[in-house]
Design a protein around this ligand. Sequence first.
Ligand SMILES: C[S@@+](CC[C@H](N)C(=O)[O-])C[C@H]1O[C@@H](n2cnc3c(N)ncnc32)[C@H](O)[C@@H]1O
Length: 197
Amino acid sequence: MRLVTRRAAGLASEGWTTELRDETERYFDALSEDWHTRVSPERTAVVIDALERGLGAAAAPRGLAVEVGSGIGTYSPLFAERFGSVLAVDLSLPMLVRSPAGPARRVRADGASLPVRSASAVAVALVNAFLFPAEVARLLAPGGLVLWVNSSGAETPIHLTPEEVAASLPGAWSGVASQAGDGLWCVLRRDDSPAGR
Ligand SMILES: C[S@@+](CC[C@H](N)C(=O)[O-])C[C@H]1O[C@@H](n2cnc3c(N)ncnc32)[C@H](O)[C@@H]1O
């Protein structure tokens, strides 16, 4: 998973290929039935901490949040509450069909190429999910936010440090990073906010 994470983020050679996408899809399809066993109050608390302390510091606007790699939808209600509207995207159909009907709208798609208009999202949320830097940057409106959470910190299979997340994204970003329990998070804002000009 570490190498796949780095390939998705453009930090390892070969990058994201159709073969790797198909292999990844099969891998998570097979895990979907038991994914609910990975849900815990402690893991949810890491996401809540990122929203409360990370977004509190970033003065997040309301609007569309795109949640990439939403899995069985555990965290979508938290994003809906904070941002108002959530499009939850996952590559795995079995993960999506195990997700609640709402409040998020759900789409099966590859995070490397999303059916979402450019500059339409106020935030992209990635909880234990692959970062596709160019696509994340494309989706975000000026001053848009990236919320990155690793539930088990550096032990998370899909792990990048906050510094790696910021360095992978095109353009200039600033924000905050922290630990919460066993987890880590960062909230980054692209430095092209109209208010910041
Ligand atoms: C480690 S799980 C995390 C799920 C959920 N966010 C959580 O923390 O419980 C990663 C999720 O990303 C999805 N995924 C993997 N590759 C993806 C891609 N290229 N585009 C969108 N989703 C992807 C998987 O199907 C899986 O549901």
